[in-house]
Structure formats: C-alpha cells, structure tokens
Design a protein around this ligand. Structure first.
Ligand code: CP
Length: 323
C-alpha cells in the first residue's frame, strides 16, 4: 500500500483485518521491523484515540513517532494553489510538506472539514495537497470526508466478535443516525458505509431521518430506510453515529431526539452488539443503560484502533515506498 486515505487504497480488506488480529494476539511480533523509521503525526484538529493508538502501534513496530499539533503550534498553512497570501495564512503547503517529508518516512494527518463549503470539503483539498507535496506515504487520521483507520477498526471488531459466534451466516449490520447538539462531519458514516460495501461480508442497512441523506458515492448499494424501528429488527450489530446534513450542508436540526438509541429499542434485535467510534455524548446519542450494558463493544472497538494502525503501518512499510 502506497498511502491510506480511503478503502480504495486497500487491495485486500480481509488480509489487512487478519494481520491486525495477528498483531492483537502478538503485539510485539515484529518489534524491530521499523527500527530507524520515523512517523510524523500532524493534527489540525483534536484527538484522543487516533493519536495515542497510532503512537502505540508505531512503538510496537520499533518506529519513532513525533506528534505536531499544527493547529496550535505551527504556522497557519495555506492550501490553495496560486493564493495571494496577504491574509492570515503564513506558510504554503507547497513549502511545508516537502520539508516534513524530508524529516519523516511516513506522514499521518488529521484534517477535519469546515462544514461550511461542501465543494471545498468534498474535494479533500487539505489531505490531497499533503499527498501531492510530501513525497512520502501519507496516512489519513481522518480527513474532510473519510476516517479509514476507524472503519478498518470497525470491520476488525465486527469480524472478531462475529467469529466468536462461529456461524456461517452474514451478520446484519445497521448504521443508525443519532442526535447531537452540534454539527459533526459525515466522515465516520461515509467511511463506514464505503468500507462495509467494499467488504461485502454483512447485510448492511443505513437508517436516518429524511434530512440526513449521505452522499450516494459512499452509500450506493446499501439498504437505506428512514424507519429506525424497522432497520433494527434482527440486527446483529448497531453502529450509532451522528452526522450533520449533507444536502443542506453542515446543519443539525434539533427535532429528532427520539432517534437516541435506548435499551428497549434493542428488543427486536439479535441481542445486537453496539458500536460507536467515540467520543460519545451520553444520553444524547446513546443512553447510559446501553453504553454500560453487555451490548456495548465500544471499549473493545477503541482498543482495536491500535491493531488497525499497526497493520496499516506494517503494510505501508513492507511495500517499500518509504525512503
Ligand atoms: N474515534 C476517533 O477518531 O477518536 P479521536 O477523535 O479521539 O481520535
């Protein structure tokens, strides 16, 4: 793999999932594999899980990590080609990225969307400019429209949990919209949809209120319903996530609080396992009784972020695109 920014960078999802599970069973199996290699983790937005799990993953491979909170500690970057830099931006990505590429063997970047301009966000300008100018492999730590490390983790978690049940049947996996107090990116939902559809090992259903349609380029092929009760019937996994509106871009309407997932809604499921990428707004998106019950996989899911990152790093470093 030359880069990791979407599912289309992965030639074999199952192989990557198996590698991640091998790392989970033996984290230090390749503890000196990346000795002498260095990864730069660049954050233009906050993180808990992504930052720390990627650091642990790199350390398990013997790789050095340097974290740079670009938004707080760096110069304000300009991303637009041909910009007249007479405003607040101080350094062009064209100048900064090759320098970063000379310091690191791999760059990993988190860049959220503005949620103000759909065309800008969906053009993925920030991460694309890093890729264009860095000259080293780039890993997305969540971009304007996608969160591939999260989605790989989610499939690892579903696979691991489902194989414990030793059944040949495909699981029914439901992605349900949940309420939130502020507009959030569509990244996790977009990414989960495209990975689930590319993986093809589950019956995949998306449910959300009418106003919250996602971009069809990520959801084409999924069953979509605006009836949450109907969607939850016979579900084996329920992935709960808020996202802001896509069509009337970046809005949140506050009239759908009844979409919060509660324990009584799970009665028609197959004792479904509950997933969420975290952080979660308790008793807004999901009730305490669900999060604190045996249904919840969220801690296992967040723990699996390490193995997803380790498998991706191992694959990228094995492919020989680094210096
Ligand atoms: N799920 C996830 O990406 O968590 P962080 O934002 O804390 O990294």
């Amino acid at each position: 793999m030359q880069q990791f920014v979407s599912v289309s960078d992965v030639s074999d999802i199952n192989q990557l999932v198996q590698q991640a599970l091998l790392f989970k069973s033996n984290p230090l199996q390749h503890h000196a594999f990346a000795k002498g290699k260095r990864i730069g983790l660049l954050f233009l937005n906050p993180s808990l899980r992504t930052r720390l799990s990627t650091q642990v993953a790199a350390s398990n491979l013997g790789m050095e990590t340097i974290v740079f909170n670009v938004d707080k500690e760096g110069w304000a970057l300009e991303f637009e080609e041909g910009a007249i830099m007479s405003g607040n931006t101080v350094e062009h990505i064209k100048d900064a990225a090759p320098i970063l590429g000379s310091y690191f063997d791999v760059l990993a970047i988190r860049t959220f969307p503005s949620l103000k301009n759909k065309d800008d966000d969906y053009s993925e300008m920030y991460i694309s400019q890093f890729i264009k100018y860095a000259g080293v492999p780039v890993i997305s730590l969540e971009s304007a429209t996608l969160h591939p490390l999260q989605s790989l983790t989610d499939i690892i978690t579903i696979q691991e949990s489902w194989q414990q049940q030793a059944t040949q049947k495909k699981p029914k996996v439901v992605l349900t919209w949940a309420p939130h107090i502020k507009p959030l990116p569509q990244c996790v939902a977009n990414s989960f949809a495209e990975w689930m559809l590319a993986w093809g090992q589950a019956d995949f259903v998306i449910t959300h209120p009418e106003e919250y349609e996602l971009h069809t380029k990520f959801t084409k092929g999924a069953t979509i319903t605006h009836n949450q009760e109907e969607a939850l019937q016979n579900a084996d996994f329920v992935y709960v996530k808020n996202w802001s509106t896509f069509t009337d871009y970046g809005k949140v309407y506050n009239n759908d609080t009844h979409w919060m997932l509660t324990l009584d809604k799970l009665q028609t499921t197959h004792a479904a396992k509950i997933m969420h990428c975290l952080p979660v707004r308790r008793n807004v998106e999901l009730s305490d009784e669900v999060l604190d019950s045996n249904h919840s996989l969220v801690t296992t899911q967040a723990g699996n972020r390490v193995w997803a990152a380790q498998a991706v790093l191992y694959d990228i470093l094995s492919a020989g695109y680094t210096k």
